[in-house]
Design a protein around this ligand. Structure first.
Ligand code: GTP
Ligand code: MN
Ligand code: MN
Length: 607
């Protein structure tokens, strides 16, 4: 029986049985919870309050079920390991749908399903899906409590793992009910793990209904509905409607030795360095410089009264990639995840510690791998941790957390950076000539695929604004929205493109990356503040010789030259590939972007 999230339920609304009282009198919320409970038929409905007592109770229950494994509590206080179903370890883009009334609204880069069909199809899967189980009602806020930019969501889920993760990732429980009051303006999220069969896995977004239905998965990106689903896919749709931007961007503050603070937002595709960049510790050469994290994955940005772009991090925690995280690459992350952290799909040592490829210290001789199987250093050929293994950690654990991370007005953004994982073509850093040119940079962003999504890795694909998997409407209209924003941002940030991943002939990274990215960031900050020159190239401004501070850097100047080189033949091919991508959008693509592309191509012809 089809059930619309707002329509009348065919079931009696008497299912609010079980231990928990209903802590809300919001009629819209209570009616909807009743309807969804009638559909999923759980044995119990439990409203979560977000308290410490509740955290303990649910954690104990998760341990008793085997959903969480306690780790060595002396080494890792409050930390647990979760092993997901081996067929359920990453976002599944082919099973993610935007359900707008017409396919055109979803656009050529999204999978589309008609809302009626989606409600019907998933309604059948949800029907009775929680029999014998508990339905948790998880109210949460994305954005600082009380912020005019914050949004309330409510996720109904039958997974304790989801509840405990949502508790870390969002401001959750009674605080959200309080913020919602009697309003009907909240995101309606419904999630059921089912038997984790990929044949019955769908992540459907109904932007017009502010509704998300996710079924058949237990993996973070598919089931923590506040994150990719609400904060990005539905968020981007709402952003266009309401005149703001929901972006796959980190937000950081750079403080100079003189105490001058500059905020930067950066979009890199999944597993391309946002969390690392947001928590970076500058190298010794940059004595007195400090980086503060505002957010590591998502930025909501609106124009402030001063005409500047202001950004908040809608999240409350970090859902970060574990492999490659160590005391050298990201010491702040290591400190952040030393307590109160849920690890997913990492390997386990014999003394209850966690391990992943690229962690500090010697590789242990024996481990239990991410699937719970014995693993030996000498004998095993597979990775011990899944390449997309993750940590869920409270942002308040981060020693570099910005004191403005909870500022309800957001922080003023002076520079926007786009970056991808590119073995060639894209130089270390380049600045756009204008806002329009910067939007062109974003619209044509390319990156090699990573383990963050199911499928083959290492293939260059266009990932505009790092939003390819996360844009909740037609990407051509999204480009237009970015272009239109220009009129309102009277004091616009400067726009840059970076590439930390350029390789030499032997496949080695040319640029040391991580903390050394501070050298590039310093130039970006100086450019944004109009106090350093630049070298004009056909495609944008790059640092002049001597402008990048390379003192104390352990690599040769030849290597830096190779990392910053612009090869016209490679760029010709690049611009042609942008053209193929733009063709997908037909007449809907803003004309100015195709004109930019043609101008750069024509510029090459004159050289
Ligand atoms: P999502 O959380 O999936 O959106 O990804 P993310 O953008 O936060 O990526 P993250 O910072 O977790 O980095 C992912 C991978 O890139 C890790 O394996 C890092 O070790 C690697 N990485 C990050 N920064 C750099 C860098 O500057 N240079 C190189 N070579 N690798 C980097
Ligand atoms: Mn991400
Ligand atoms: Mn991240």
């Amino acid at each position: 029986t089809p059930v619309s999230p707002t329509g009348k339920s065919p079931y009696p609304s008497s299912v609010l049985a079980g231990p928990s009282k209903v802590p809300s009198t919001n009629p819209h919320l209570v009616t909807w919870v009743n309807e969804m409970a009638a559909l999923c038929k759980p044995d119990r409905v439990v409203w979560v309050d977000g308290s410490e007592e509740e955290k303990k109770r649910l954690t104990d229950e998760a341990v008793a079920q085997g959903t969480l494994l306690p780790l060595n509590q002396e080494k890792l206080p409050g930390c647990y390991l979760h092993r997901s179903n081996p067929n359920d370890v990453a976002r599944v883009e082919q099973l993610t749908f935007i359900c707008t009334p017409t396919a055109d609204e979803a656009g050529p880069t999204n999978n589309w399903m008609a809302p009626k069909d989606a409600y019907e199809k998933l309604g059948k899967l949800f029907d009775g899906s929680m029999r014998g189980r508990t339905m948790y009602v998880v109210p949460y806020i994305m954005g600082p409590a009380g912020s005019p930019m914050a949004k309330v969501g409510v996720e109904l889920t039958d997974s304790i793992y989801v509840v405990l993760n949502m508790r870390i990732m969002a401001r959750m429980g009674n605080i959200a009910l309080k913020q919602l009051g009697e309003s009907n303006d909240f995101n309606r999220g419904l999630h059921s793990t089912l038997d984790c069969n990929p044949e019955r896995r769908f992540i459907c977004h109904f932007p017009q209904d502010n509704t998300i239905w996710s079924v058949g998965s237990g993996y973070g990106g598919n089931v923590l509905l506040g994150k990719k689903c609400l904060a990005l896919r539905v968020g981007s749709y709402l952003g266009r409607k309401e005149g703001w931007l929901a972006e796959h961007m980190l937000i950081l503050g750079v403080e100079s030795p003189e105490g001058e603070m500059t905020y930067v937002a950066a979009a890199f595709p999944s597993a391309c360095g946002k969390t690392n960049f947001a928590m970076m510790i500058p190298p010794a050469r940059f004595k007195g410089w400090k980086i503060y994290t505002v957010g590591d994955d998502i930025a909501w940005m609106k124009v402030g009264e001063d005409g500047r772009l202001r950004a908040v991090n809608p999240e409350f925690g970090y859902f970060g990639v574990a492999p490659g995280t160590n005391l050298k690459s990201n010491p702040n992350a290591m400190r952040t995840i030393a307590r109160d952290t849920i690890y997913t799909n990492v390997a386990l040592t014999s003394d209850g510690d966690v391990w992943w490829e690229g962690k500090d210290g010697d590789i242990p001789n024996e481990l239990t791998d991410w699937q719970g199987r014995p693993w030996t250093r000498k004998g095993s050929t597979e990775k011990a941790a899944h390449p997309n293994s993750r940590f869920t950690a409270p942002m308040t654990n981060n020693p570099a957390l910005s004191r403005f991370a909870e500022d309800p007005e957001g922080v003023p953004i002076s520079a926007i950076i786009f970056g991808g994982r590119r073995a060639n073509t894209v130089p270390l850093v380049i600045q756009a000539f204008s806002w329009t040119h910067g939007v062109f940079f974003g619209s044509a962003l390319g990156s090699e695929t990573t383990a963050a999504a199911a499928g083959k890795t290492g293939i260059v694909r266009r990932d505009p604004f790092a939003m390819l998997p996360f844009c909740g409407y037609n990407m051509a209209d999204y480009f237009a929205h970015w272009l239109e924003m220009q009129a309102f941002i009277t004091n616009p940030p400067k726009i840059f493109m970076v590439n930390w991943f350029r390789q030499d002939k032997n496949g080695n990274f040319l640029w040391p990356g991580f903390g050394e990215n501070m050298r590039v960031l310093k130039w970006i900050v100086d450019r944004a503040r109009l106090r350093v020159g630049g070298q004009e190239t056909p495609f944008g401004w790059v640092p002049r010789a001597g402008d990048l501070d390379l003192s104390g850097l352990a690599i040769s100047h030849e290597q830096v030259d190779a990392a910053t080189e612009i090869d016209l033949d490679e760029w010709k091919a690049e611009l042609e590939s942008h053209g193929d991508f733009f063709k997908k959008f037909g007449e809907r693509l803003p004309h100015v972007l195709e004109l930019q592309r043609e101008m750069f191509l024509a510029r090459i012809e004159t050289l």
